[in-house]
Structure formats: C-alpha cells, structure tokens
Design a protein. Structure first.
Length: 204
C-alpha cells in the first residue's frame, strides 16, 4: 500500500508489528491518533515508554509488578503456603479473574518445548524449586497448558519436587485438552482450580 506520508508509513509499519494487527488495522490506529488531540498520542507514547523502562518482575513469583515484590506476594491475606505454577503472566490474570484462588503464583515464563528449542534451563524452574526447598510451602499446583509441552513441563517439575514434603496437584481437566489457561472461560477455570487433583492421580 502506498502512503501519502513517510511518517505515516513508518507509524503503520511499527503498529503492524503488534500481534494480531495487520496493515489495515495499523493504518486505522494511526489515522485515529492523527484525528484526535495530540495529548492522546503523547499519553499513549509516554505510557508505553514507562511500561518498557520502569516495569519490574517480582523477585518472589516472577510476575510483573511496579515494585520489587508484587501486590499478590506482599498481600498478607494470600496463602503463601500454596504456589500455583503457570506459564505466563496472562495466566495469572486469567486465574485472578475467577476470584476463586487465594494462594500465590510462580510464573515460569514459558514451557519446555524441544521443537522450539526451549529447554528446562530456559524457563524459571530453578527459582521455583528453591522457593519450595526453603520451606513454608504446603502445596504446588501445576496450572500449565493441557498440551504435550505443558504436560512435559509438569512431569519435569513433579519429578524435581518428589523428595519435598509437599502435595503436588494439577488443575482438573475441565480445561480442554490442548487449551491454554488464558483462553479458558472464568467458570471452567474456577472449577478446574477448585477441583484440582493430586498430580500422580491425574496422570496415572
């Protein structure tokens, strides 16, 4: 597509790099920003710059935070003896939206996937194991995608934690096989968390 302005073309090119945004949608975004007050564009740009330069990752659970320790980990009302292990921060948001879980989290930042060149060393498993070994943990819930990669990661973590005096559970299969946690509806996800099963019982 030919554009009447190089500046517009550059803006469209950058916006089109966002997931799910094609050139047509990127053009619509750019024209929207041009049509409205400059302050709208400046506020958007400032928020994105601040997000990229100032966001932190919680030193405890690896979730995103404005401070060194996120609001969930620092909340005295949360049950710090329970850790829900998830793939990404999006999964934390999905589970929190169910309002059925009151423990803490551990964000792996990915799952084991040899096809994609992702090994156990590439995700934050070691930090999880260290959290458990320090003590004070009663249960680890493996809330990973119901895919081959998710199951592989769950089996690996379960094996590493076998000698720890904790219970290891997995979300019930109310989440369809092959689904990612973030795409499950809130009712199904809430039931999967509430009706979780011992890991070894689920994978007999």
């Amino acid at each position: 597509m030919d554009y009447p302005s190089t500046l517009l073309a550059n803006a469209v090119s950058q916006l089109a790099k966002l997931p799910g945004v094609g050139n047509r949608t990127a053009l619509r975004f750019a024209l929207y920003l041009l049509k409205h007050e400059k302050e709208t564009t400046f506020q958007l740009a400032e928020s994105l710059v601040n997000l990229r330069s100032e966001i932190k990752f919680c030193m405890v659970c690896n979730s995103i935070s404005d401070t060194d320790i996120c609001e969930i980990c620092s909340n005295k009302k949360r049950n710090s003896a329970i850790i829900c292990v998830v793939e990404t921060i999006r999964d934390v948001l999905a589970i929190e939206n169910t309002h059925q879980y009151t423990g803490t989290y551990h964000v792996l930042g990915g799952i084991i996937s040899p096809i994609d060149g992702i090994s156990a060393a590439d995700i934050d498993i070691e930090h999880l194991i260290n959290r458990v070994r320090k003590g004070g943990i009663d249960e680890v819930i493996l809330a990973l995608p119901t895919t081959v990669e998710g199951d592989t990661t769950a089996f690996y973590i379960n094996k590493l934690l076998q000698n720890c005096p904790i219970s290891i559970s997995a979300i019930a299969r109310g989440v369809a096989i092959g689904d990612n946690i973030e795409f499950a509806d809130e009712v199904t996800l809430a039931r999967s968390i509430t009706n979780r099963l011992p890991f070894n019982e689920l994978y007999r």
